[in-house]
Each structure stands twice: as C-alpha cells, then as structure tokens.
Design a protein around this ligand. Structure first.
Ligand code: V47
Ligand code: SF4
Length: 381
C-alpha cells in the first residue's frame, strides 16, 4: 500500500510536465488515494483542455456477429449455425445509415465479428453502402484485429487492405482489439486473434497513411497492475513515433454471458483509478474518453474530474456491451449529455470524429476548426 508521501515525487513530476516511468506507474497502481490520483490526472486534463468536454452524435453498426474467434470475454460473437447469428445486408445497412443521417449523426462506428464465409469485398461494401446513403458521415471502422483478418482472407498486405478501405470511404480506425498487450494475459483471453505486434503494425501503417486512430485497454479481468502499465507504455511509445492516436478509451470488462462470467465486473473505484492512471501515463495522447455505455452514466460523469475529457457519443444500436450485461440505456440525447457535462462544471463541445467543432444551423451541420491540442500532434515525416 502506498502512502500519500510516496506520491509526492510523482506529483512534482506531473506539475512540471515530466514523463512518468513504469516504476511511477506501479506506485500509482499501488495507491488507494483515489482523490490524489484524480487531482493529478485533472491537472493534466485541464492543462490540455481546460473545462472543454467533448461528445459527438454517432451510431454503432455491427454488420455481423458471426466470428471465427472465441475471445473469452466476448458475449457478442456467434457461430454461423446459431439461431442468434446474423449478417446485415445492403438494404439494412443503407437503412441504418439513412437513420443516422436523419438524426444528424456525424459518425458511424462500425465493428463486428470475423465471419467464416464473407469475402473482403463485403467489408468494403459496408463502407460504400454507408457512404451511398450518407456521403458526409465519417466512417470509423474496423479494429486492428479485423484489418489483419481481412489481410489474411484477401491475401493482401495490411497497407493494401487499409488503402482499399480508404478508397471505399474509411475515415479512421476505432481502438478496439487491443485488450491487454502483455502476452501473459493476451494468450490466455484471446490468444487466437491478432497478436500485439500486429495490432501495432496496423495502427503504425494507418498513421503513416494519414489516418487517425483510437486505442483502448480492456481492464478488470485477469490483468494485474504490471500488465496495465506495460499496455499504456507501449501505446505511449507508438504515439511518440507517429502522433496518430487521438483518444484512449479504458474499457471496463463486462462479464455477463461471457466465458469469464465468474469474474465480477470492476468497481467504480477501479474505473476511476484506471481513468486517472491512464491520463497520467499517456502524456502524449490528447483525449481520454469516459465511454458512458460501459462505465455507466454516473461514473462517466464523475470521470470528467478524474482525467477524462470526452464522453463518446449519443450512441445508438450498441450491442457488444449490452450483450455482456451493460445496464446503460441504448441512447443518450444531446440535451442529457450536455446537462451531465455542465453539472460537472465543464463546457460541452460537440465534435466530429477528428475533433473539429461542429456548428449546426437549420438542421444541417458543418465541421469547423480543429480543436487544438498542445501535444500529440502528428509527426509523420
Ligand atoms: O475490442 C468486447 C471490447 C471492443 C467486451 O474507438 C468488451 O472510440 C468489455 O473498440 N466487456 C470493441 N469490453 C469496442 C471498441 C470501442 C468502444 C468504444 C469506443 C471506441 C473508439 C472503440 O470491446 C473489443 C473489446 O476490447 N469488448 N467484449 C466485454 N464483455
Ligand atoms: Fe470475435 Fe471480436 Fe468477439 Fe473476439 S472480441 S470473439 S474477435 S467478435
């Protein structure tokens, strides 16, 4: 157990904007002084963004739940012959994109299973169909795990797969599939899918092609402090190299209907502590997201004082967490998101996926200026 006084050297580093080491990270992990961790994380959060707190209007699309992999934590996947297996066709995807457009969404977040039979063309078509129905919508699609799967089934390089997806209309990559990078954990919970080196290769290649991406960490299952700190430091290293990560999202494990359902879900204390430590270790990633769907609305709101500056979006049609027991609603309306942010003493700003301020007039939206971030700028030469 760490005492308040062990945190003093770290506090001084944070105040002076110095980078924290792995050892510092482990000291933070050993501390139960949640308020001290939160205060330090809040300092970094306010140095980056002041009171600004971001959200977007988005919708989720999971084109298929059929998946060749069997990650232990996943309650979403299905086998091809199961009654609950589904694959969306062109008309369903066009309809979903039209609905998103009518609701004023600026982003569709696409992620799904890795189907035994579908060809790479289907995944390209999903993006083309969205763009056909809603050309101005940003398509944030396919985790690094999906990208490496496409490369395998299409017998193409990761670079070529990304280039084809970009030509179809891909706008950025979501951060999923990262889980825990440390092999002690990864091999146990999702050993069959893309390994850590491949996850990084996909994001590095995406950044080199000019795409922005997000990154995540799935915590609160069999992971230990060293695994989480190792995970954060690996992300920080790629960010030093490319500057292409926009947002980090800590994902709290939801056990229901998974093969790890004997593990209790992480407590509010762990959620806030992980949020704060993430903000402190990831000094070069501009945004930290409190994804309300998985944290619950109450913890997500409090997280705005523990390092988070983004609440994700209005989110409609989310399946991955709801099938794993999330009790949050399917959608939050803009007025509710703004109320939660204001009540926490922050200023709500609607952003697009690339963090440009959204202006709305007469039912139409335009993306304005990029919202400046002091560090974490791309360095891609
Ligand atoms: O990779 C799956 C996680 C991820 C469970 O980029 C689970 O803005 C908890 O990538 N309990 C997909 N987590 C979701 C994702 C995401 C979510 C929100 C925002 C962004 C973004 C990306 O969901 C998977 C996996 O890590 N996941 N099952 C579960 N039972
Ligand atoms: Fe498949 Fe993704 Fe679920 Fe793993 S997390 S089983 S890759 S859908």
């Amino acid at each position: 157990m760490t005492t308040a006084c062990d945190l003093e050297p770290i506090r001084r580093k944070v105040e002076q904007g110095e980078r924290l080491t792995v050892e510092d990270g482990l000291i933070l992990e050993a501390s139960n002084d949640l308020l001290a961790l939160g205060e330090m994380a809040n300092l970094v959060r306010e140095r980056y963004h002041g009171n600004a707190t971001f959200y977007n209007i988005n919708t989720h699309l999971n084109p298929t739940n059929v998946c060749v992999y069997r990650c232990d934590f996943c309650a979403f996947r299905a086998d091809l012959d199961e009654a609950r297996a589904y694959t969306m066709d062109r008309s369903q995807i066009l309809e979903r994109a039209r609905q998103a457009h009518e609701r004023g969404a600026t982003e569709i977040h696409v992620v799904g299973g890795l189907h035994n039979k579908l060809k790479f063309d289907y995944y390209l078509d999903v993006i083309r169909w969205i763009k056909e129905a809603a050309p101005e919508i940003h398509v944030k699609a396919y985790t690094a795990v999906e990208i490496e799967f496409f490369a395998k089934i299409a017998k193409l390089s990761i670079k070529r797969v990304l280039e084809e997806l970009i030509a179809a209309g891909l706008g950025s990559l979501p951060g999923g599939g990262a889980e825990i990078f440390h092999p002690e954990v990864r091999e146990q919970i999702c050993g069959a899918k893309a390994d850590t080196a491949t996850w990084f290769e996909v994001h590095r290649t995406a950044h080199q092609l000019g795409l922005r991406s997000n990154c995540t960490m799935l915590y609160g299952h069999i992971d230990r402090p060293i695994h989480r700190i190792d995970h954060l430091v690996r992300l920080r290293e790629l960010q030093d190299e490319t500057g292409g990560f926009q947002t980090f999202i800590p994902l709290a494990f939801h056990p229901d209907n998974s093969r790890m359902d004997e593990i209790p879900k992480p407590s509010g204390f762990m959620d806030l502590k992980t949020m704060a430590i993430s903000r402190l270790m990831l000094d070069n990633i501009p945004h930290i997201k409190a994804y309300w769907v998985m944290l619950g609305i109450k913890i997500a709101q409090v997280a705005l004082s523990f390092g988070a500056d983004d609440l994700d979006g209005t989110v409609v049609h989310e399946k991955i967490y709801h099938e794993a027991g999330a009790e949050t609603p399917q959608e939050l309306h803009v007025a509710e998101i703004e109320r939660l942010i204001r009540e926490a003493g922050r200023e709500p700003i609607e952003r697009d996926t690339l963090y440009r301020k959204i202006e709305r007039q007469n039912g139409r939206w335009t993306a304005g200026q990029f919202i400046a971030a002091p560090v974490g700028k791309p360095n891609l030469e």
